[in-house]
Design a protein around this ligand. Structure first.
Ligand code: NDP
Length: 284
């Protein structure tokens, strides 16, 4: 694409503490090129002390929005003009969108998961077991709650963190949910529709898996993992061997990018182009 000298592309990007080597840049730039959009996605390395100045700078420079990752997902809220529904419930933002002259915080992690899940099943009325209560699990739990799941069991190592998530789901979404503070192997109840690994167990470790009783995974259940590298985690391999349909974390990562890009540009991007660019950048 040739850009005349007087023309400046629209700018979006990613604010994180260590910005080097972020593979989502390749994914976003591939979508811009594919759809003929004169946009650029740039990595911005921002320390927590500089976050406010960085957001003011993004406003001043006319950025159309930006992603933010740890440790900025909660702290960024103080510098924004408003929040989307799920970001307000979970109290965390990973995608900022300029609407008019306002910066509005959204959370696309859970929405990305939901978009992937909808390709297999609609979660409305379903029973869910979710391993984990950290940032990713929280985003998923809130989005699944908003999508109308019937019931959710949170299984987490730390009882305190799990209890915090349960309190949020009950108070803000009136969700029927229970906590299991993981001790031994957890047997998934037979009437469960969806089992999710929302922990970091399995990240860069193809032998690790959450402490689930494998015999309790049955055909007809959907097993999903937030871990994207490796995409075929041990949890997914074991679940598939027991007849479950599976969903990998790469789909969630691609779809949070698809949703963010649509928020910013208004264009519904080609997810296949983005997934291929992402996997190539990750060397998968
Ligand atoms: P957090 O650190 O916030 O949470 C980690 C979670 O994993 C906690 O529930 C923690 O339990 C649990 N956990 C970690 N290690 C163990 C262990 N050895 N035994 C039992 N439980 C354990 O991380 P995030 O929620 O931000 O990230 C979780 C995963 O999600 C990461 O792998 C990340 O890469 C992935 N992710 C994927 C995305 C995607 O688009 N696919 C988007 C965002 C994240 P406890 O509370 O007891 O510490």
């Amino acid at each position: 694409m040739s850009i005349p000298g007087s023309f400046r592309p629209e700018l979006v990007g990613s604010m994180s503490e260590g910005a080097a080597g972020n593979p989502t840049v390749a994914m976003m730039e591939a979508a811009f090129a594919h759809h003929g959009l004169a946009w650029r996605y740039v990595n911005m390395e921002v320390t927590p002390a500089d976050l406010g100045a960085a957001v003011r700078g993004a406003r001043a420079m006319g950025f159309r929005g930006f992603n933010c990752s740890l440790p900025h997902k909660v702290a960024v809220i103080a510098h924004l003009d408003g929040l989307g529904e799920s970001a307000a419930v979970m109290g965390a933002v990973n995608c900022v969108v300029r609407r008019g002259d306002q910066f509005i915080g959204e959370n696309t992690d859970g929405k990305g998961f939901l978009k992937s899940l909808m390709e297999l099943t609609d979660p409305r009325g379903k029973a869910v077991v979710l391993f984990g209560a950290g940032g990713a699990a929280r985003a998923l739990a809130v989005e699944l709650g908003l999508a109308g799941v019937r019931r959710m069991v949170i299984v987490n190592r730390s009882a305190a963190r799990g209890a915090e998530l349960i309190a949020l789901l009950r108070e803000k979404l009136r969700l029927d949910c229970d906590l299991v503070a993981a001790g031994g192997e957890y047997a998934v109840p037979a009437d469960t529709d969806l089992v999710i690994n929302g922990t970091s167990i399995g990240l860069y470790d193809s032998d690790a898996r959450p402490v689930v009783d494998l015999a309790s995974l049955r055909p007809g259940m959907v097993a999903a993992d937030v871990v994207f590298s490796p995409p075929r985690t041990r949890f997914l391999r074991e679940a598939e061997a027991r007849g479950c349909r599976t969903l990998d974390g790469l789909g969630m990562l691609v779809n949070q990018g698809v949703i963010g890009l649509k928020y910013w540009t208004g264009v519904d991007p080609d997810a296949g182009v983005m997934r291929r660019a992402l996997t190539a950048a990750m060397g998968l």
